[in-house]
Ligand binder design. Structure first.
Ligand SMILES: Cc1ncc(COP(=O)(O)O)c(C=O)c1O
Length: 332
């Protein structure tokens, strides 16, 4: 609140010095140059696709099991979305299925690290198609010791209110390719340009950036708190007949969501509500269902079984125990 009030007192509210600092600090957090801040994760995906020169006649692969934001971004640029299936154990893209769906026209793969767990980046990078890492849910996670966001041709973040750190609404494009970043920076803002081409108003404000910077300073502590809650969940839920998140030696999990696999997600959510615990399907509806397509058994399985239980840094120790007790009563 102090940081935002400081911007209000100074009186320069729109995109300015605070945004520039947030861009530098966020890039530095993953070892990359300053990013391009925008006003949503969807805008970040849109500009990432435009920056790669993707448009009509091109195909972009994305998972079926993710929110519709990546689908919208592909539609904005006039490219053809091609869905691929996920691995139901990690909820992330199945690289073998992606390979099957690549064609001569495939120009990029959108790779979300869903719920905070890095996708199979080695296998996906081996396909030789440019990767857009969608880090909306996974900023701070590591794959083979390196931070996600540093693997793809370009990466995107969302700072929406429920994300790991927030500016209310917001997002960012990251890349190590400074020329790509310059193209994307040019597209973000339309004002005072000598040469006309289609541009956007996707700017973040200094009020939002001040909030983001204050969150970023506390970010490592917030991640530690999420990890501690997840460790307690793992101990408390180990004996129950539910599948728990699967970090391994290659990848750390930042637990944007704590998703358990249970026999029937919809009815389990109803039972948990009776104990005062709100649990949700973490993805509203797989995209293949939205588009009326078949052939995505991994996404179907996730849709039926995945249940997101509360995890966030401000959850108190008592609340954590109450969630565990409710899950034990629901599933025992
Ligand atoms: C994986 C993923 N990609 C993209 C987005 C879009 O971000 P935003 O809501 O900031 O537009 C979201 C946010 O919900 C997301 O979870």
């Amino acid at each position: 609140m102090r940081a935002v009030a400081g911007v209000l007192r100074r009186g320069a509210l729109a995109q300015g010095a605070e945004v520039e600092r947030l861009e530098a600090e966020t890039g530095a957090f993953v070892g990359l140059p300053p990013g391009v801040a925008v006003n949503s994760g969807t805008a970040a995906l849109h500009l990432a696709l435009l920056g790669l020169g993707i448009g009509p006649g091109d195909e972009v692969i994305l998972p079926s099991y993710v929110c519709v934001a990546p689908l919208h971004a592909v539609e904005y640029v006039g490219a053809a979305p091609r869905l691929a299936d996920i691995r139901p154990d990690t909820y992330n893209l199945d690289a073998a299925d992606v390979r099957r769906r690549c064609t001569r026209r495939t120009r990029a793969i959108v790779v979300p690290h869903l719920f905070g767990l890095p996708a199979d980046l080695d296998e996906l990078l081996r396909l030789g198609v440019p990767i857009i890492e969608d880090c909306a849910q996974a900023f701070g996670a590591r794959y083979g010791g390196r931070p996600v966001g540093a693997f793809g041709e370009v990466s995107t973040l969302s700072f929406y209110a429920t994300k790991l750190f927030t500016t209310g609404e917001g997002g960012m494009v990251l890349s190590r390719d400074r020329r790509l970043l310059a193209r994307i920076r040019d597209l973000r803002d339309y004002d005072e340009r000598r040469r006309h081409t289609m541009r956007f108003n996707y700017k973040l404000t200094d009020m939002q950036a001040a909030l983001g910077r204050s969150q970023l300073r506390r970010f490592p502590v917030m991640l530690l708190r999420r990890a501690a809650v997840a460790a307690r969940f793992r101990r408390g839920l180990a004996v129950l007949p539910v599948g728990l998140p699967l970090p391994d030696d290659r990848r750390t999990h930042v637990y944007h969501r704590y998703v358990v696999a249970c026999p029937a997600a919809a009815s389990a959510a109803g039972r948990l509500a009776r104990f005062g615990v709100t649990a949700r399907r973490p993805v509203f509806r797989p995209i293949h269902r939205t588009l009326g397509l078949d052939g995505f058994p991994g996404a179907e399985q996730a849709y039926r079984h995945a249940l997101s239980v509360p995890i966030y840094p401000a959850l108190t120790a008592r609340e954590v125990e109450a969630v565990i007790r409710a899950l034990q009563r629901t599933f025992a």
